[in-house]
Design a protein around this ligand. Sequence first.
Ligand SMILES: [Zn+2]
Length: 260
Amino acid sequence: MDTMFDIGVAFFFGAILGSFLNVCICRIPRGESILFPRSHCVSCGRLLSPAELIPIASYLLQRGRCRGCGADVSWQYPLVEGFTGLAFAALSAFYGGLSLDWAAASVLAAFLIVIAGIDIEHKIIPNILLLAALPFIALWLGWKVSGTGGDVHLILNSLLGAVFGAAMLFAVFWFSNGGLGLGDVKFAFVFGLMLGWPGALWALTLAALIGSIAGIAGMVAGKWTRKTEVPFGPFLAIGYFAVFLLLDSRWSEIIRRFLE
Ligand SMILES: [Zn+2]
């Protein structure tokens, strides 16, 4: 029962944070502050009331329109809120409650959601986001290293994963003439630190695989052509996050419990 409670709390927390992630996705690429001014309608500029800040529910109650000017509110808002809520809830189920492991994975997920969202909308991965993720990843790494009694191999392995991913994508960047951006290269370095070697290799393979499938699907559906500039960031985010979870030692226990 405790776990159910935690999953519920994780969902609400995720949905509320998701509303902040929306602000980040909208404002960071424009170089605006993510704290001021307060949330407002992008059409009429009216400040939102507390009731209008309630994630998902406010969008549904207002039928996707601004209460002041009636302008359509982008469906990106409830989508990001709902997705972040579900992600946080699923992670709390995976980690068996609101633990430090859950918090670390949730922060990672939040960063990746913002990066993927901005890359989809603006085709860039802002340096400021990668820089903001670095201290968090350093903290996480320090925590993991202290858990092993100070094994420095973990740090070397982590650096290897970062350099490998960045080198691979830099090679693609170099030879593909803009098929990939330097933002992707920097992404692979920063988040490769969390995966190490060979995790970074698996993550890149998975990202390339999902990206290719999506690309073929997009062309078959007639939505994309060979010339369409499809951002790679969202696929990197999925690949790196999936491998981060897959590398978790909890799987052996989850499978054991499932088989019993
Ligand atoms: Zn308005």
